[in-house]
Design a protein around this ligand. Sequence first.
Ligand SMILES: Cc1cc2nc3c(=O)[nH]c(=O)nc-3n(C[C@H](O)[C@H](O)[C@H](O)COP(=O)(O)OP(=O)(O)OC[C@H]3O[C@@H](n4cnc5c(N)ncnc54)[C@H](O)[C@@H]3O)c2cc1C
Length: 285
Amino acid sequence: MAFSVYAASRGHEVVLFEAKSEVGGQFNLARKIPGKEEFNETIRYFINQIKLHNIDLRLNTKLDASVLATEKFDEVVISSGVVPRELTLPGFDNPKVVDYQQVLNGQVEIGQTVALIGAGGIGFDIAHFLCERESTSLQTDKWLAQWGIDKTYQHAGGLTEEGEHHPGRDVYLLQRKTTKMGKGLGKTTGWIHRSVLKQHEVKMKTGVSYEKFDEQGLHIKVGEQAEVLAVDNVVLCAGQESNTTLVDEMKATGLPVHLIGGVDVAAELDAKRAIRQGAELAMVI
Ligand SMILES: Cc1cc2nc3c(=O)[nH]c(=O)nc-3n(C[C@H](O)[C@H](O)[C@H](O)COP(=O)(O)OP(=O)(O)OC[C@H]3O[C@@H](n4cnc5c(N)ncnc54)[C@H](O)[C@@H]3O)c2cc1C
């Protein structure tokens, strides 16, 4: 979206192909996380910009080389994003083992007790999503009550008792690394994510190795200590890989091909980098 808009604003004719029925990619997943509703506005902004710049947006249209055989383009920009990283361990082919995209897309029923594998930004977000019964972030009074903020200043420091918390689920957040949980979260926001999960009594374990999943649950080891977590589901939040299916096919057409966002580098991906890459490419193409 970013590349299309900035390139069109410089006078290029842009055709934007989107396989799904809506634009936004993974932002459509991110906006479902309590507190990330503002991403709706980012998508709304780009939808308006796409219209204003007369970009030829083709929804429900998967780009492949056959399209390029019938239409003429000077350059191809691939921004096909990422796919969740899979883990191949015994029992992980069980339908109760799912990935974060299936959870946020509502494609799977999730039980009461859940283990999340991977405690990066997405692991934290999924824990929040699964625990919070109702997002309060757009309901000011409920939100203030949840965090114990007294907007009438009747209490010292404007703070009062935090509201009661009833986590919607029992969640384990697991990571292989032995470092502090959420170490890679943003410097200014990491403490908020950690506080939220603390409110929801999420059980965190570091230094975990994963053995198998069966009818008893998830078998793990923490150091040398074996443990079985009696969970209904396992959700994989174990990173992402570039969705490169188009890359070789497009390069074979002989056209100049550019990669931006997650398809370029999946590690440490965030929207800021994806948008910036799109904007910078649009300035030089
Ligand atoms: C739960 C969650 C929370 C997040 N929170 C944040 C956050 O707080 N801050 C932040 O900056 N980032 C956040 N992100 C990350 C952010 O969403 C991504 O960094 C960003 O969406 C990456 O953009 P992208 O363009 O690389 O790919 P994507 O957003 O993955 O978009 C790829 C698009 O390409 C389409 N596509 C793929 N193949 C084809 C094809 N052959 N033809 C046509 N279309 C195709 C897909 O349908 C998709 O719409 C979050 C992500 C998730 C999942």
